[in-house]
Design a protein around this ligand. Structure first.
Ligand code: F6R
Length: 259
């Protein structure tokens, strides 16, 4: 695992954008995208590079990590809408190539299976962007999720519902259920890129990077992945014990070695 610490959230966003851009140059055509606030500066930077530097997404296919269950398809907080608004509508991505589990499926179990099959048919994902919940979740794999889990419906913890209430009018409006890619599904991506900024993420980042690999901290599954990059700002990195070593590695990284 590579841990990259940047001075602030803007620099962290640019670093994650660099990773995506390098991957596209190398021929990666499938991106996995998280929603939530962590990757927003990355998406903003990718939009800027599209507008100012002709970075093209024309042949890219996108898979979202997760989606709420029982939200109207055009609800502004349905993740399919969020990603369109925050990123994909501002670049030359074909809207029909942006995939997400349906938030209106009458049978979420069947919908999860369909989504897993769609991923398998198009995969593997080249670069998977991830955020992390304060309880260590990735996607919506809450603590206790099997490290071998596949795409399925999950029940959100009340802590996650409270964290996400900021996007809704009230806590009551936050759905209880979601469909999320499983931890094993996520792990099939060729490169996992986790972005975390702000002091509220410092405990979860320390548990994920330096704690035991455990279902109690779902993001710790990154320790099992052959190519995982954790992009942090200083405040999210503050509780890492081996921070001096991560900085040392970054300072002495061979020029030939990209992300
Ligand atoms: C959302 C997702 C979640 C978020 C996490 C952090 O698609 O995958 O795991 O990344 O809840 O959310 P923010 O970035 O809003 O703090």
């Amino acid at each position: 695992m590579e841990v990259v610490v940047r001075s602030d959230a803007g620099e962290a966003g640019r670093t994650a954008a660099d990773i995506v851009q390098h991957a596209l140059r190398r021929g990666v055509r499938t991106l996995g995208l998280a929603t939530g606030s962590s990757p927003l500066l990355t998406y903003r930077e990718l939009v800027r590079r599209h507008t100012d530097e002709e970075l093209s997404f024309a042949s890219v296919e996108v898979f979202l990590l997760d989606e709420y269950v029982a939200l109207p398809a055009f609800h502004p907080q349905a993740y399919a809408q969020v990603i369109r608004r925050e990123f994909t509508q501002h670049v030359d991505l074909d809207p029909s190539k942006v995939r997400a589990p349906s938030s209106t499926a009458t049978d979420p179990v069947a919908e999860a299976r369909r989504y897993e099959e769609a991923l398998a048919a198009s995969g593997p994902i080249g670069v998977q962007i991830l955020g992390i919940g304060r309880n260590g979740h990735i996607g919506f794999n809450e603590p206790g999720s099997s490290l071998a889990s596949r795409t399925r419906p999950k029940t959100l913890t009340e802590a996650t519902r409270r964290d996400n209430a900021r996007f809704f009018t009230s806590l009551q409006d936050v759905p209880r259920h979601v469909i999320t890619q499983g931890l094993a599904t996520i792990s099939e991506a060729s490169h996992l890129v986790l972005i975390a900024t702000g002091p509220g993420k410092a405990d979860a980042v320390a548990a994920a990077v330096e704690g035991p690999v455990s279902a109690r901290c779902p993001a710790s599954v990154l320790q099992l992945h052959p190519h995982a990059t954790v992009v942090l700002d200083e405040s999210a990195a503050a509780k890492l014990q081996d921070l001096p070593y991560y900085r040392h590695v970054a300072r002495h990284k061979p020029a030939s070695q990209g992300y």
